[in-house]
Design a protein. Structure first.
Ligand SMILES: [Zn+2]
Length: 491
């Protein structure tokens, strides 16, 4: 990258330093990863996970602010000062009923019915913290100017936190952001990767009455809900062909002789573009108002989550790719390969084992229908994503097989190369100011005329009690499996 005006010696030395640092601190990485695996905390209840990450960063000299944007389990840890400002962010939540023993090839729960990690957000957290600590020591040692912001983003599985964190200005002064996520390969990609989604509750309020005796006294909240459903069914003909919407009735009344005074329906509205999702949601709100009016009821709308599609910057992807190729895929042992192939057979997918090499950077990625709440970050600032091979190829996430490798040497080795790729890519940015400029300009081109605006209402507050009851029920039994030691990083 000498053509970008980098101090080549400084870059090479600092990069060598972070790679070596991460290698020397592999025990600490494992400790963060395995601890969070056994915490198995659901979104909004990631108390132990967030506390562990925030204290590890604080002990290493980061200034930590906990509970940002109204999320008790979100945090921002800052190190350094001046330009450039680089943000690293990742999620660390688990899923309901995903409790799975690691290192075995059959369905076996750690705690029956409990939440757990069956994707690998535990390793996302470990990669984030380890890369950040390595970078902080490199910044001090080599006098690298710049600000490192590490953002802990709760409740990704409910698409919750990052739109709020972006809305509240935590990314305003960020030049480049990086997201790290578990997958089955070491690599990256660019282009629009995921879809926009708005998830909202519509609650109708009316008045109850005996359905046989005094129905004229009632205002039927179920009528309003049904009318809304009819209105949206008619509207399907006129919505963008790219849009989709789906719903479940979460409250439909209790028994037929009581006209319900309250009903609720939960809708998802999706489109490849944020604008498409917004238009669909606005129409749905009009239809809900009309339906409520027809039934002499009132309607209340609560946006559970609203996210932009994930967009990945090409310049950042090229930087990550160069580092991915420098670092290379982990060397898998025969034992690890056999374990992976056995899990693949159990999941009834191709049993070709773990990937022996890194993937090339191909053309723009294919946009998928799923979403991730880091989408909002990626329209606010240029964002790159490091995929790392801590899980076995082809396994379906949130299925028990996808939890079975998450506290094994596969997860650890995958996390190690992930942290190295992430830290090395940030070193490129910290030592090459022109690269920041180039990224900013390709980002502007990629955005075209699209202007980011949040899809969540400006006064919206996060649902802090989400999953509390479930987590409180299982936590005592899960505590028996917690790892007793704290991660120890050393320079
Ligand atoms: Zn995920």
């Amino acid at each position: 990258m000498a053509e970008n005006g980098a101090d080549v010696d400084l870059l090479a030395e600092a990069k060598h330093y972070v790679l070596d640092f991460i290698e020397r601190n592999r025990q600490a990485l494992q400790c963060v990863s395995d601890s969070i695996f056994y915490f198995g905390e659901l979104g909004m209840q990631e108390k132990r996970s967030a506390a562990l990450m925030a204290s590890a960063l604080e002990q290493q000299g980061f200034t930590v602010e906990r509970g940002i944007s109204g999320f008790p389990t979100a945090f921002i840890a800052t190190y350094g000062s001046g330009s450039p400002t680089i943000a690293l962010h990742a999620e660390y939540d688990a899923n309901p009923t995903n409790s799975q023993v690691s290192g075995v090839t059959e369905r076996s729960e750690i705690v029956t019915g409990a939440p757990g990690h069956c994707e690998g957000h535990n390793v996302n957290a470990a990669v984030l913290v380890t890369a950040a600590v390595a970078l902080r020591h490199a910044m001090e040692r080599y006098g690298l100017p710049g600000t490192l912001k590490v953002i802990g983003a709760p409740a990704e599985e409910q698409l919750l936190s990052r739109p709020y964190i972006v809305r509240d200005g935590y990314f305003d002064d960020v030049d480049v952001a990086f997201h790290d996520h578990v997958l089955d390969r070491l690599g990256t990609d660019y282009g629009i990767a995921q879809s926009a989604a708005i998830s909202a509750d519509f609650t109708f309020h009316g008045e109850a009455a005996h359905a046989a005796m005094w129905p004229w006294k009632a205002r039927d909240a179920l009528d309003a809900l049904v009318l809304m459903d009819m209105g949206l069914a008619q509207y399907r003909e006129h919505m963008l062909p790219t849009s989709t919407m789906h719903r479940v009735v979460t409250e439909g009344g209790k028994q037929p002789n009581v006209i319900p005074s309250e009903t609720a329906v939960w809708w998802y509205f999706r489109d490849p573009t944020a604008e498409g999702a917004r238009v669909l949601f606005e129409q749905a709100q009009k239809i809900a108002q009309g339906a409520a009016m027809m039934a002499n009821c009132e309607v209340e709308v609560y946006v559970r989550a609203a996210v932009w599609p994930v967009r990945l910057n090409q310049t950042t992807a090229e930087v990550i790719q160069r580092n991915v190729e420098l670092i290379g895929a982990p060397e898998w042992t025969e034992q690890e390969q056999a374990f992976a192939r056995e899990l693949q057979r159990k999941a009834e997918v191709a049993d070709d084992g773990l990937r022996p090499a890194v993937s090339p950077l191909e053309g723009p990625t294919k946009q998928i229908a799923a979403s991730n709440d880091c989408g909002d970050v990626s329209w606010k600032v240029p964002m790159g994503r490091v995929w790392f091979p801590s899980n076995v190829p082809h396994l379906p996430f949130h299925h028990w097989t996808a939890g079975a490798a998450l506290a094994t040497s596969i997860a650890h080795k995958g996390g190690l190369v992930g942290a190295k790729a992430l830290a090395a890519s940030v070193i490129d940015y910290l030592t090459t100011p022109e690269l920041v400029e180039e990224t900013r300009s390709t980002f502007a081109e990629e955005l075209g005329g699209t202007r980011y605006r949040s899809l969540i209402p400006s006064d919206q507050q996060p649902p802090v009690d989400l999953n509390a009851e479930q987590m409180d029920r299982f936590r005592p039994a899960m505590e028996a499996h917690y790892i007793a030691v704290a991660p120890r990083f050393s320079a």
